[in-house]
Write a protein that binds this ligand. Structure first.
Ligand code: ZN
Length: 503
């Protein structure tokens, strides 16, 4: 990933760092251990620039409703899972998207009640912006469901249907369905192993609001943390963070506090993305975000803000622009998460302002059908990764796991191919090259974490965080990309997945 020396035949590692390309440095090592790669390919380790790690880890153990074609199929999966729930425990699930169902229906509590009975049941939508509850779950709130910035869906009689959206969904989840720290630690221990097996050596986590920092610290203390974490904290905790004097970068070599997280709007799937046509849900106003960014700068923390719709993105860019004299001189690296639908005139503003686009290549092909349904011809300006790169934007790639699978190679494929099945690429004019997809998955996230002089390249002095692939993704045709496999992963000079020798 170093443009001046893009490829070396071999690599020398000393301790936790790269010593150099073999041929010049290996003789300085007194007792080198040699690993013959057998023609395999080594790249710097992958980053996932947007992941809800404990939530993704927990989702591995919940009812999964992805890929259900009808509401009946979703309910049948819930019925199977309900049989295993211990009395008094919650039945949790995730992954439904009513837009995928045919006929298209909105879920209801009645549909769940029939199979869950008295077991309180909470099913997060695939985009995590809607929550589907049964009557036993709704009863926990005693009718107290409405909060600002949220929607309680009601039927013709005015009774809750069982679906909550945005702040109402999150408030309910956080109040009644919140996982315990022990549950998160247990799930994330397995999650780390799974992520590392996919070549991940660093994540930008978004579950700070859920207490992810406590989870990482416990995993690190027990030696189970084998990737690096750049952690978000919710913007509403800024005063607590300021009070103890924590600035961006505080932490250990493995776990650091990175940035504040805020939300401008909802999502495509929940039809709550805030558009220039006036539709959608505003979670944070332009003025409020400007205040958050200014306060973050005073405290020493950049802001990552979720923005899906073109109005939400414009408001976010306006807020970063209005506050730039506060954050730019400090070298803070703000970012817009998703940047899914952009008015063409807003595309160049990212690079001009120095705001990174933290996108998810996988979202484009996996959202194509509902994007066309809800956004129609606006999709010409959606998931505009090529346009953002051409404008000079720092584009970082993530999975938004559990919304997509935490799998960087799948993200790289999606960015390059813009299709997940045998359909032709969706808006092929927005495809990125393999080199660009790798940069978005390796060097750009390292830059966002202020690690551009420590990670993201395999050059002398950099951390030996690397992944061994079974073949070189730059040397194969694009249609062979889905076949690339992770062979092994190294963090700081230590094998953390599948040490050699390999067959
Ligand atoms: Zn997210």
């Amino acid at each position: 990933m170093e443009p001046s020396l893009p490829v070396v035949r071999a690599l020398a590692i000393a301790g936790e760092r790269v010593a150099g390309g073999v041929g010049t440095h290996e003789t300085v090592l007194p007792s080198p251990e040699r690993v013959d790669l057998g023609g395999r390919c080594v790249l710097p380790g992958f980053s996932d620039a947007h992941v809800h790690f404990p939530t993704w880890s927990l989702a591995q153990r919940q009812v999964r409703l992805e890929g259900t074609a009808t509401i009946e199929e979703a309910v049948a999966r819930v019925a199977d899972a309900a049989a295993d729930v211990e009395p008094g425990r919650w039945l949790r699930g995730t992954g439904w998207r009513s837009g995928d169902w045919s006929p298209s229906v909105e879920p209801t509590k009645e549909a769940l009640d029939a199979v869950t009975g008295e077991t309180p049941t909470a099913l997060m939508a695939r985009d995590y912006h809607s929550l589907w509850l049964n009557s036993a779950a709704l009863a926990r709130a005693n009718g107290d469901l409405q909060v600002p910035g949220g929607v309680v869906e009601v039927d013709a009689q005015g009774a809750p249907t069982g679906v909550l959206r945005e702040e109402c969904a999150w408030h309910f989840r956080d109040t009644y369905v919140r996982p315990t720290d022990d549950e998160m630690v247990e799930a994330s221990r397995d999650g780390v192993r799974l992520a590392v097996s996919r070549g991940v050596t660093s994540v930008h986590d978004k579950d700070g609001w859920l207490g992810a920092l406590r989870v990482w610290q416990r995993l690190e203390a027990e030696g189970a943390l084998t990737l690096r974490v750049w952690q978000s904290l919710p913007h509403y905790q800024v005063e607590e963070v300021a009070a103890v004097g924590i600035r961006s970068g505080f932490g250990t070599p493995l776990v650091r506090v990175g940035y504040l997280k805020a939300f401008m709007d909802g999502t495509l799937g929940s039809q709550t993305a805030r558009l220039l046509d006036g539709s959608g849900v505003e979670i944070t106003s332009r003025e409020e975000l400007e205040r958050i960014v200014r306060r973050g700068a005073e405290v020493g923390l950049p802001v990552a803000v979720h923005a899906i719709g073109d109005r939400a993105n414009r408001d976010a860019l306006d807020a970063f622009e209005a506050s730039r004299e506060a954050w730019r001189p400090l070298g803070l690296r703000p970012r817009i998460e998703h940047a899914q639908l952009l008015a063409p005139e807003d595309v160049p503003r990212f690079a001009a302002l120095g705001v990174a686009a933290s996108v998810q290549f996988s979202h484009a092909p996996s959202d194509r059908d509902i994007a066309e349904r809800f956004w129609g011809e606006k999709t010409a300006n959606a998931y505009a990764y090529r346009s953002l790169l051409d404008a000079g934007t720092v584009v970082a790639n993530g999975s938004d796991a559990p919304i997509e699978e935490l799998d960087p190679l799948a993200g790289i494929c999606a960015g390059v191919r813009r299709t997940l099945d045998d359909r032709p690429p969706w808006h092929p004019e927005q495809r990125v090259s393999v080199e660009e997809a790798l940069a978005a998955t390796i060097t750009a996230p390292a830059w966002l974490a202020r690690d551009e002089h420590h990670r993201g390249k395999l050059v002398p002095g950099y951390l030996a965080d690397l992944v061994v692939l079974d073949r070189d993704p730059l040397a194969i045709p694009a249609d062979e990309l889905p076949d690339v496999r992770v062979v092994a992963t190294m963090l700081g000079g230590r094998w953390v997945h599948n040490p050699p020798p390999w067959d």
